[in-house]
Each structure stands twice: as C-alpha cells, then as structure tokens.
Design a protein around this ligand. Structure first.
Ligand code: SF4
Ligand code: SF4
Length: 366
C-alpha cells in the first residue's frame, strides 16, 4: 500500500506555504533521491494566459529552495502544447511563463521548455500494453537526474480530474505524443489551407504524405500510423488536431505512458498535489470558473496513482461550494462525476493493473 502524506491549508504566523512544502519534502525524503550537482526538473504548468487558477510561482520557489539546499541544480519545466494557444512553441511558452510570473528572478531557477523550440526535442522510451511499444518524453525531462512533479488538482473535461497522472502523461509528452494520447484517429489535410510548403512531407516518418496533382498535401491513410508529427509541423493549420477521443482508450494510453515513465524515473521522482482553487477546467483554458470545493490541502507521495486517487477521494468527500458548477448536484453522484460524466475510476484501475502505481493508499496526516 502506498503512503500519501497530507497537510491541510491552514496557515498562520508560525507556518506558511513554504514551511509546509519543506516539511512535506523532508517527510517524503525527497532529499534521498537528489544528489549534489544533479539536474532536477521541477515539472509544473505555467497556466494558459488568462487563467489564474494555476499554482503560483511562490509554490515553485519553495521547491527550488529545497533543491538548492541540497546543492543540486533545479530547473522549472513544462512541454509544449498540442493546441495553438499561448504555449505551443518555446518562444510563446517562455513569454507566457514570464507573463504569469515564472522566471529565474521570481522562482530562483531557470525556466526550460522541455521539448525545445518546436516541440520536436524528445526521446523515445520502451512501453508495454495494448497501445504502445514506445512513448516519447520531452528531452529535458528525460535527461534530468531527478524530478519533482508539482500538480494543481482540478477538474478536466476528458479525464474528470487533472493531477499527477495528467501532469506526467500529457505534461511530459511532446505535442505529437499528446496527439497520439488523445486519439488514434489519423489526421487529414484541409487542402484549402495548404500552401504547398512541403514541411509535413519532409517530417512524416511513415512517408505517408505526398503532393497530389494540385500540389496540395495528401495523406495516404494506409501508410499513416497516426503519430501526429504533421499536425505539429504545419504552421498553416492545414492538418488540424484530431480531438475526437474515446475515453476508455484515452485512459489506457495515458496509463501506459505513466507506466513507461515510472520505469524510466524509478526511485528518482516525487509527486506533490495541491488541492486548491479546484477549478472545473484544466489550467490549459484561458479562463477559470470558480472552484467547486474549498481549498483542501497538499499531498506528497512517490506514487502517482495513489496520490491522485487520494486527491480525488478528498475532493469527493468535500461539500460543493455554493454557486459553483456542482452546487445542488444530484446526491447520488460523486463530485467529479457530477462535474463530468466520465468513468474516472477506470484510469486508476488500468494504471494499477500495469504496475504504474498502487490504487490503495495510506493517508498520513501531518
Ligand atoms: S505543412 Fe501544411 S501547408 Fe505545408 S505542405 Fe504540409 S499541409 Fe501543406
Ligand atoms: S500522423 Fe504521422 S504518420 Fe500520419 S501522416 Fe502525419 S506524420 Fe505521417
């Protein structure tokens, strides 16, 4: 059974957010997974511009300070997005991070976009399961000696909730891997938008794209294996993202990614979940509706499945906030299901069956 440490959100003159984080950091013995001079990735989410529910820089600063105390080299990181918002390439992503308050000055460590300028800097690692024999991990995250995954727990339109699992699977994946996690459907070219630049043809690893008689890109669906690289490379939006998602397949692919990731980072990763400002939508949205439950606390574990399961259980035990999206909900539904009608339990069950973590946990209150 996995251990999950919990500390509530009450603060006072004798204990603030930094001291609570430090207490959890040492209780979880994160110091034992970090050596002097290690490059330590602190994985967070900088928040889409316009969103204000994401975890603030002061929280990240507290982790940076803990890592620096160990004479290691922290950096703050995230990977580029699949959709074309304010974080789909490293330049926009860095500007967005600065606008939302994340910089070497505010956080005490540099911000590095883990998968590079255009989201094509990644490493492939072995995976096993129904969907994948390998998955892609953003290079800076792959290459880090140790990792601290700092997650804002909130609602999510596809998963029901977002926490450590999503912060690994979608969060550490380059855009083409994000496309693959979302859908195994093959993309099609919107020929009216194609400028015949040829970039997708050069990039396609399956040699599935060629020009047709009108010199417009055309995808041979018999050769295409749905890697998503062409969607990312086409700056003219002529190969749109395929968002259509089967929830069961999404959960299985996500779990397989997490399982592969945990093998890569065995004994070198720690997870911290913040159940505060639990907005109905993901921090990828450029808005955030009011929280659905009160601020609950901070959790710490070395097990991504256990920490997310504990987070969901705590949210489901909480009384919905008046005026929130789930106020006056059907009493037979838990809070997450009332928010989004998804079978969120299956993500945990499938991930645990692969060995990615343990759904059973012991909650240790501090
Ligand atoms: S990258 Fe886009 S614009 Fe360029 S050839 Fe391919 S589909 Fe057309
Ligand atoms: S999804 Fe991948 S394999 Fe399919 S056409 Fe695009 S780049 Fe080629």
């Amino acid at each position: 059974m996995a251990k999950v440490y919990f500390i509530d959100m009450h603060m006072s003159s004798s204990e603030n957010i930094s001291s609570k984080i430090k207490k959890l950091f040492y209780k979880l013995e994160v110091n034992s997974i970090i050596n002097e001079k290690d490059f330590v990735a602190i994985k967070t989410h900088f928040g889409e511009y316009g969103n204000i529910a994401y975890l603030p820089p002061a929280i990240i600063r507290a982790f940076v300070d803990c890592v620096k105390d160990l004479k290691a080299n922290p950096f703050i990181t995230d990977a580029n997005t699949l959709y074309r918002g304010s974080r789909s390439n490293a330049i926009d992503h860095l500007k967005n991070a600065e606008m939302n308050g994340f910089s070497i000055f505010s956080c005490g460590a540099p911000v590095i976009i883990a998968d590079g300028l255009r989201g094509n800097d990644f490493k492939e690692i072995p995976a096993s399961g129904k969907w994948y024999s390998s998955v892609k991990v953003a290079s800076a995250i792959h290459d880090a000696d140790a990792m601290i995954v700092v997650s804002h727990v909130k609602g999510h339109e596809l998963y029901g909730f977002g926490g450590a699992i999503k912060n690994i699977a979608m969060g550490c994946a380059p855009p083409s891997m994000k496309q693959s996690l979302h859908s195994d459907l093959k993309p099609r070219v919107k020929q009216a938008l194609c400028t015949s630049c040829g970039a997708c043809i050069k990039r396609c690893p399956a040699f599935a794209i060629s020009f047709d008689e009108n010199k417009k890109a055309f995808i041979d669906s018999n050769k295409c294996f749905g890697c998503g690289e062409c969607t990312v490379i086409c700056i003219y939006n002529a190969i749109p993202v395929v968002w259509k998602t089967d929830a069961t397949a999404l959960f299985e692919r996500t779990a397989e990614y997490v399982n592969a990731f945990m093998k890569l980072k065995k004994n070198k990763v720690a997870f911290f979940n913040f159940i505060m400002n639990v907005s109905p939508e993901c921090d990828c949205c450029y808005w955030n509706d009011m929280p659905i439950v009160p601020n609950i606390g901070i959790l710490a574990s070395t097990d991504p499945i256990a920490i997310d399961r504990a987070s969901v259980d705590l949210i489901n035990k909480a009384i919905p906030l008046p005026g929130s999206r789930i106020a006056g909900k059907d009493a037979s539904k838990d809070n997450i299901t009332a928010l989004y009608p998804v079978q969120w339990q299956y993500l945990f069950t499938y991930a645990a069956s692969l060995g990615a973590g343990d759904e059973k946990y012991e909650l240790i209150e501090m």
